[in-house]
Write a protein that binds this ligand. Structure first.
Ligand code: FES
Length: 174
């Protein structure tokens, strides 16, 4: 028998087999995509609360809570005076200033320029940074003079049974 080289190599079995394989492959790919989408959905749902927490952190919308910490007895701090403390960590230097009978302000006092310690100046009523003559408003913590551009992080305080406590640190938008 003579074999024609130009003949189309039609073989029904092979042809059907190839179509089936193609379909299987399509189904496999579709199945894989479905699994992938399902997994992504599951991941999104399972991580939703953490995503929200992370977003809040990144946006700096929430104040930072720490265990409350006693700073001083009210009767140990005269109006117009200040006292140093640390909050929330041992290396987070801070200042509590008593502005009135029941008015207190507290800030982490590392200067927002180059971290020199900011001091309370009772006479001028300012918070001053001696390094480059930075100045901060005692009621808002906002910089009012010199190179600092960001406010001092405020620490919220409350008085309970004659003691002033630090309760949390205010967060600022970037
Ligand atoms: S470090 Fe405070 S003004 Fe520069």
């Amino acid at each position: 028998m003579c074999h024609n080289n130009n003949q189309f190599p039609y073989d029904e079995d092979n042809f059907t087999h190839n179509i089936n394989r193609l379909n299987e492959r399509k189904l496999d790919r579709r199945g894989f995509m479905k699994t992938l989408v399902g997994a992504a959905g599951l991941f999104a749902v399972s991580t939703l609360p953490w995503g929200a927490v992370a977003a809040k952190e990144l946006m700096s919308l929430g104040d930072k809570s720490y265990p409350k910490k006693a700073i001083t007895k009210v009767n140990k701090l005269q109006i117009g005076d200040s006292v140093k403390f640390t909050y929330p960590g041992e290396h987070d230097d801070a200042l509590l200033i008593r502005l009135g009978e029941n008015e207190y302000k507290a800030y982490q006092n590392a200067c927002t320029h180059l971290r020199c310690p900011v001091l309370w100046n009772k006479e001028s009523g300012d918070m001053l940074c001696p390094c480059h003559h930075g100045k901060f408003d005692v009621r808002s913590g906002e910089p009012t003079a010199g190179p600092p551009r960001r406010p001092l992080p405020e620490i919220f305080v409350k008085v309970e049974n004659g003691t002033v406590y630090a309760t949390r640190v205010k967060r600022y938008e970037a």
